[in-house]
Each structure stands twice: as C-alpha cells, then as structure tokens.
Design a protein around this ligand. Structure first.
Ligand code: URP
Ligand code: ZN
Ligand code: ZN
Length: 496
C-alpha cells in the first residue's frame, strides 16, 4: 500500500439535496474519488456496508460558540470536546463566532480564535466574525478579513446593550461594508433597549427566576428587531442572515421578507425545533435555568412545529445550534437574578437526530430537504459548495452513513459534550449516525470515536458567494434610483 486512505461505502442510498440514488461511494485521500454501482476499488480499501442506510454529506452546524468567554464565565465545550461531540452526532463541520470586545481589533480577535481552535478541532471549521462597535478600523479590518482571511460573514448584535449592541446607524454602516466586501450580514435580532427596560420591570415585580428572562423579551421584541434588520439591509441592498430565529413572529417576518423578494435567510436552531420555553417555568430552578438562551425559547408550545413547517417549505433556510454550554453551577451565577444566568444551550451533538425526528420522521420534509437544511444550503450561502454539502466526485470526504430506522434516546449520561445536562434529555429519535467520515477518515463508528485534536482544518470562504450575490449584483445595476429630468424652476422664491 502507498499510505493513502481508501474507503468504499457499499450498497447505500446516496442522498443529496436534489436527488437520491443507490450507489457505492469511493473515498481516497480525503476526497470523494468515485460514485457508482458495483465500484471496483484497489485492494486493501476499508469496506463499509451501507445496506439499508443513507449516505449523506456530513452535517454543517452554522452556529456554535465553543469555549466562549461570556457573562462572566466560559462555555464548557471547548473546540476539542465540542467537535468530538459534533462528529459523534454526524456533524463534520462547525462554524464558530469570533466575538471581539467593543473597541478592540477584529483581526487580533480572529488570530486569537484561530490559535485557540486550530490545535484542538477534530473536524473542519470556519469562523464568522462579530462587529461589536463601529469605526474606520473596523471597516478596514472587515475588508482585510474578507479579502485575506476567508471570512465572508459578519454578525451584528441588536441586543446585549452596552456590551455588543450596535445602533441603527452603526448597523447601516456595517451592512453597507458587508455589501462592499461581498459578505453576508448576520444579525442577532432582539431590541436591546426594550430588553433592558423589561428586565428592570420584571426584577421590580419580584420576578427573579428563569421565566423572567422570556417575560422581559417577548416575541414582539424579536420580531421588531428582525423587521428593522430586514429594512436596513434592504436600504443598502445587503444580503441578510438572521441567526437563531426563535419565535413564530420573527419567523413570519423572515418568511414575508422572502416573499417580498428580499435576499434574506433564516436560521432556526436545534433547540428551537426540538423543545420549547415552557421549561423555564419549571418549579426546579436548575431545570428551568438550563433552557435560558437569547432570544429565548418560547413558551408557546406550537413554536417548534411551526418553525419546522417553515424550514420544510424554504421560508427558513438552514439549521445551526447556537451550542454555547454552561453547566448548572455556571447557570447558578443567576440564581437570584435571571439577568445573570449565562445564556446558552447545547445542540451540536444532537442537531442531526432532532431534525430527522421532528422534520423527516414526522413527514414534514423528505430526506433531500433534510440534506439541504443540515448541510448543502449552508455550504451554498457561505460559499464552500460543492466542496462540502454534497456527495460528488471531488468533494471533501465528509460523509455520514445514517440509519433512518434505528432509534436512540438522547441523554446527558451518554452524550460526548462537557455540559452536565442535555436539554433534549429523554427524547427518542429515529435516525442514528452509524459512521461519520471526516476528511476521508472514519472518526466515528457504531459508538466508537477515533478522533485527533488538530485533525480538522480551517475552511476559508471567499467573498461574493454566487448563491447570495447574483441577485444583489443585478439589483445594484438595474435598481439604482434615478432623478426625474425636468426644467429648472424659474418662478418666484420667497426670501427668508
Ligand atoms: O444564548 C445565546 N444565544 N448565547 C450565545 C450568544 C449568542 O447570542 O448567540
Ligand atoms: Zn446571538
Ligand atoms: Zn450564538
């Protein structure tokens, strides 16, 4: 043998976002080398029997916060544990967020994130960068990140007043620069001023528990900010991506904007699709606190099903997790004041199963739409398709062998994450990852992980994603406002 890694996945059904077909898949040296029936491959190739299984692109989680320092503490899933758990659940790439403090350099923060993540990641990853303040330096650094560092998405916060929040004027400037450099503007859409006032009101009423977190920022607070972001993005002809769409009201705003022809994408997350905010009213404080995140999981129990309907029908486009995990003792920083509970939930390991169960097993979407919302749409929007998000010759060998008929029960006692609970505890999911292949190597097989810290690579993403920018460019050319040509006014003008 010549040291190449060779794998033949035999007898499965290949599922892409546009079609499914019975085929073998041959992998050599990190890439998909051939696809077809009864493939003849070199002796010594590792054989994986995929009879009765689906062979899909590995999942792409568009939204994680590994080891994020946040609200006085640090998320417990680091880049090693978090990506290991991702692989165990069938996700082969994560997209994390660089979040610089106000007034500090985006480039330095990006370098810091890279040097933290590079030696630890077990799967491929990429980075969005947050814009938490505005100035000439930020504008310049956004251009450098897009042109030289493979960053084509910037997240702007409309919440977390005095910490990360931008004003409308700053959003306008940041969105304009996104369009200039060919990036996608992402927003955390909640009205930060209303949240600050609402929180004071709840505390004054003696509501200090986790339920106060949702009560101070009801659906309208999310929907208003979402609409505002859509309006500002439209004003500057900038593509918009709304991260963690958590409520029916906000989802309707995204959906209406798409129907109005706006270049807008909505990202529901596993937590919002798989569970709801009624847990925050639980009598046990620790149980309730586990579900605190922003925007909040909604107490309306019809929310997850509604978000899934919109996801199935392309009103919403992709799925992430917002995996940002704090153990109960960290959540307890807010035991007497909900505003101090570190915001965040788990999801990176369970997203693929939760979406299969609630989306495909329920009959809302088919297996092809499942691939679209778990990997290929993300790869298209963020401009690394078909390198990832497709089973095709020449694509990266990030492949998932999936058993749609088996079930597994989600539990903190068996998950691979560092956090000491699981918000999906006890959920029985049809759809089980059997084998996960990352960069052409089997890293997970029937419960066994074989991962290596640092084995994953950073995936640079070029600007001006065709999937997003074709329409933007065309509009720029044909939709410029024009003045009416008229004779100058020659009549009287009053003197002041
Ligand atoms: O609760 C959340 N979402 N924590 C992570 C930070 C963010 O806003 O995405
Ligand atoms: Zn956010
Ligand atoms: Zn987030």
């Amino acid at each position: 043998m010549d040291g190449r890694t060779r794998i033949l996945i035999r007898g499965g059904k290949v599922v892409n976002e546009d079609l499914s077909f019975m085929s073998d898949v041959y992998i050599e040296n990190g890439k998909i080398a051939d696809i077809g029936r009864n493939l003849k491959v070199p002796a010594g190739a590792q054989i994986i029997d995929a009879t009765n299984m689906l062979v899909m692109p590995g999942g792409i989680d568009t939204h994680t916060h590994m080891e994020l320092a946040f609200m006085g503490t640090k998320a417990v899933d680091d880049f090693y544990i978090g990506t290991k758990a991702a692989l165990a659940g069938g996700t082969t790439m994560i997209m994390d967020f660089v979040i610089p403090q106000k007034g500090t350099s985006l480039l330095e923060a990006y370098d810091r994130w890279r040097s933290t993540a590079d030696p630890k990641v077990c799967c491929d990853y990429s980075l969005h960068v947050a814009v938490t303040w505005w100035g000439e330096q930020v504008k310049r650094e956004m251009a450098t990140l897009a042109a030289e560092q493979g960053v084509n998405s910037f997240k702007m916060f409309m919440a977390y007043k005095d910490v990360f929040m931008l004003s409308d004027q700053e959003l306008y400037s940041a969105f304009s620069q996104c369009k200039e450099v060919g990036a996608i503007a992402q927003v955390h859409a909640e009205n930060g001023d209303l949240i600050a006032e609402g929180a004071k009101k709840m505390l004054a009423l003696g509501i200090t528990g986790p339920e106060g977190h949702e009560m101070c920022r009801p659906e309208a607070v999310e929907a208003e900010a979402t609409q505002r972001a859509v309006t500002i993005a439209h004003a500057v002809n900038c593509p918009l991506y709304v991260v963690h769409v958590m409520s029916k009201s906000a989802a309707k705003v995204v959906s209406n904007a798409r129907r109005d022809g706006r270049v807008v994408f909505g990202e529901p997350i596993a937590a919002g699709l798989g569970t709801d905010g009624t847990h925050c009213w639980h009598k046990d404080w620790a149980h309730a606190a586990r579900f605190v995140m922003g925007p909040p999981l909604r107490p309306d129990p019809s929310t997850p099903g509604y978000l899934m309907d919109l996801l199935a029908n392309d009103d919403l486009s992709v799925t992430g997790t917002d995996n940002c995990t704090f153990s109960v003792c960290q959540k307890a920083l807010g035991k007497d004041d909900f505003t101090k509970i570190p915001n965040g939930v788990n999801g990176v390991e369970d997203r693929m199963s939760v979406i299969w169960e609630k989306g495909v097993h329920s009959g809302k979407m088919d297996e092809n739409r499942y691939v679209a919302v778990t990997s290929s749409n993300a790869a298209k929007i963020f401009n690394f398709y078909p390198q990832k998000g497709r089973i095709a010759t020449g694509s990266d060998a990030d492949v998932l062998v999936w058993d749609p008929n088996s079930t597994r029960t989600i539990s903190a006692s068996t998950h691979h994450q560092a956090v000491d609970y699981n918000i999906f505890e006890g959920m029985v999911c049809h759809g089980v990852p059997v084998v996960t292949i990352s960069r052409g190597k089997v890293v997970y097989e029937r419960g066994e992980l074989t991962v290596k810290a640092g084995a994953g690579r950073f995936v640079p993403r070029p600007p001006f994603s065709e999937f997003v920018y074709k329409r933007v460019r065309q509009r720029e050319q044909v939709c410029q406002p024009t003045a009416v040509v008229r004779e100058p006014y020659r009549g009287k003008v009053i003197s002041l």
